[in-house]
Design a protein. Sequence first.
Length: 415
Amino acid sequence: TCRGEHVAQASPVFLPLVNMLSAARTTFLPHRSCPVTAARRRPPALPTGGPRRPAPAQQQLGLAAALWRPACGLAACVGAAAARRRRGLHTSRMVMAALPSWQQSMLRIKDPKRSLDFYQDTLGMRLLDKLDFEKMGFSLYFLASLPAHESTPEPGTPEAHQYLWSFPGTTLELTHNYGTEKKEGSVYHPGNEPQEGNRRDGFGHIAFAVPDVYASSAELESKGVRFQKKPDEGRMKGLAFALDPDGYWVELVRGGGAIGPYTLAQTMLRVKDPKASLEFYTQHLGMTLLSQGDYGGFSLYFLGSVPEGARELPPGSPVLELTHNHGTEDDADFAYFSGNEDGRKGFGHTGFLVDDVYEKCAELEAAGYEMQKAPDGGSMKGLAFARDPDGYWVEIIKRGGYDADATPYFLGEKP
């Protein structure tokens, strides 16, 4: 959960952040479901131009704990929901009527065996489904953090397809292009190389919530997992970044417990203009701004897909973290790489389930957003990719699919 430009090696690069933290203030926007803050509801304001004056904070927190330990914010609400769930007062996970819902973050991987071993065996995720596109030369693996008692269909079956494309949570999608596992060295770009000039790496990291960052880091290290930064390296203590088999950064944030010892907690994207990004994700993709923090030279914004008809995020739901380095919005020539450029492919996209792909794409185009793939473009009809204000690809997927097997696309004429 750090400013990407300062997180590259274990120690000296963290010093600029440390100097900011003593004066840093985090604003936790009270969620409408929080019993303590319900009487103090106020809608979050989008950022505006001019000097930033952080709103009064309830407490000062380190970056890694900022989202998962608010005074009465997301973690408190998630914890309350988890307690009600254990008592049998579960607020429905399946209420996802008309609002778009964040369903996936996609990473390209070199070797599916190594990646599945890491995410399943080491981080406890469950494989929900596998889709093979042999003629096109790739396979997709969809994983999620789920409670041990929650049953799921056998991956690869029609039941699993139906479950996946109606899944109310967020999955990690791993894309394997056949033959990459046989190549020497790294194949994909994890997106965190320090760069100069007006084009810089965009994608930042994914994160898992854990009860104890130190204990979890020691456990991962004992299993041979490499680290970008261990909890006691540098001057920022208690903050860790592990590396997955492809070199993607995996942050360990303090929290967890609602799902298991490791719970998928966030996807972080660097953004140029937070006002434009928040408008895109909240007004067009149904996300809620849950909290935000200003840290001198950069700001963090945390968004989630609160199910329509529900009063809070379901237990253990991941959030989308947008990191804004101040000043980029004023540079007309500045831009981030999206992870889909030749020579820099790695992070692929986020994806949202919607009731009507054509209607949502028409809405986005009318609002001035570009389409990477229109619903009727290519051979897979009814499936689309929009571009957010920074050029990140956003897949638009029909909730429930188009047929009895819940296929999220169709060939030929629209059914």
